[in-house]
Write a protein that binds this ligand. Structure first.
Ligand SMILES: Cc1cc2nc3c(=O)[nH]c(=O)nc-3n(C[C@H](O)[C@H](O)[C@H](O)COP(=O)(O)OP(=O)(O)OC[C@H]3O[C@@H](n4cnc5c(N)ncnc54)[C@H](O)[C@@H]3O)c2cc1C
Length: 298
């Protein structure tokens, strides 16, 4: 019954690219905004394997190509964005659609330390775990106790932290698995210190990143013992333009949709950077941004 009710949230040819931080790219053939776990479980079980799946969080680390995504995009709704603190054992359980900003605010209000860095990341908890996100010396996997996922076969599994391999912006959680929620150990902290850290992170971020631009965060992973932004600086690409895409003048590892950039403009600018960095330093820059979907045939 719930499934039938939720079907009203199924969209065809939905403008998913426009919903990402970059605001570029094409449509998703199918788009389902889901609020109910049972609906999600039923859907996953019955969706044919040949239909590709994409879970969209806040869209802050993803580029949808101009030809769109020829599959089903799932957006988890409000009922997946809970934040519960079990005070008895100090376990924090968070739904995967909860926004980082809300989690850091909740932790501040409850004097829980260690989650301040989330103030600097504009994603969701599900996106954080999928990307093993981190900044200012902290990374989400260091705080994680366990994580609940829904497999492509429709099974809900609780994975303990040591059953998951995490590395720099990578996880061993399968691509088609949907992260539903996660548990963290909540360490008590001093509210005044937490507030100070949050303030520092906010002002650092505004100073160092183009946070009010249409961007996808760090474009490339830092190569071992190197900084991607420094390499890009050294090839003189600060402010470099390709169509409507621009290398941020503020942070050279951020690309911006400056005007009406297509996703191809953004991707080609990125590929040009990779090529130049390779020619000059023989260093391979790996994309951190997830590029999804089809190129548009012109
Ligand atoms: C201004 C700016 C600053 C940023 N700063 C940082 C930073 O300091 N550190 C950092 O690490 N990142 C940073 N990022 C990148 C980004 O915010 C993080 O990678 C974040 O974790 C992505 O979360 P999201 O919800 O937006 O995921 P999306 O961009 O929507 O998706 C990213 C990937 O995660 C997958 N995914 C999302 N939710 C789920 C789920 N529930 N289950 C399974 N897979 C899922 C998607 O399918 C996709 O493959 C920044 C981005 C911006 C725009």
């Amino acid at each position: 019954m719930e499934f039938i009710k939720e079907l009203k949230n199924l969209r065809f040819n939905y403008e998913v690219g426009k919903k990402t931080w970059f605001g570029s790219g094409g449509n998703s053939k199918l788009f389902f905004s889901i609020n109910n776990r049972k609906t999600l479980q039923t859907l996953i079980k019955f969706i044919p394997n040949k239909i590709p799946l994409l879970v969209l969080g806040s869209g802050s680390n993803i580029l949808i190509r101009d030809g769109g995504f020829k599959g089903l995009t799932i957006k988890l709704g409000k009922s997946f964005s809970f934040i519960n603190l079990q005070k008895k054992n100090m376990i924090l359980e968070i739904g995967s659609a909860a926004k980082d900003s809300e989690v850091s605010k909740f932790c501040y209000e409850n004097s829980i330390s260690g989650f301040e860095f989330l103030k600097g990341i504009p994603g969701t908890i599900g996106g954080n775990i999928a990307m093993n996100a981190g900044c200012y010396g902290s990374v989400i996997s260091d705080l994680l106790l366990s994580c609940q996922i829904l497999t492509k076969e429709g099974k809900i599994k609780e994975l303990k932290r040591d059953e998951i391999k995490f590395s720099y912006r990578e996880t061993s959680i399968k691509k088609n698995a949907i992260i539903l929620s996660a548990k963290f150990f909540a360490k008590k902290g001093i509210k005044r210190n937490i507030a100070q850290k949050l303030k520092e992170i906010s002002s650092n971020r505004v100073l160092s990143q183009p946070v009010s631009s249409r961007t996808g965060g760090s474009t490339f992973k830092n190569p071992p013992n190197e900084s991607a932004w420094k390499l890009i600086e050294k090839i003189n690409y600060r402010g470099k333009r390709f169509g409507g895409a621009l290398v941020s003048k503020q942070h050279t590892n951020f690309m911006i949709n400056d005007s009406l950039a297509s996703s191809l403009d953004i991707e080609l600018l990125g590929e040009e950077i990779r090529e130049k960095v390779w020619q000059k330093f023989k260093i391979n820059l790996d994309w951190e941004i997830k590029r999804v979907g089809e190129y548009k045939k012109i």
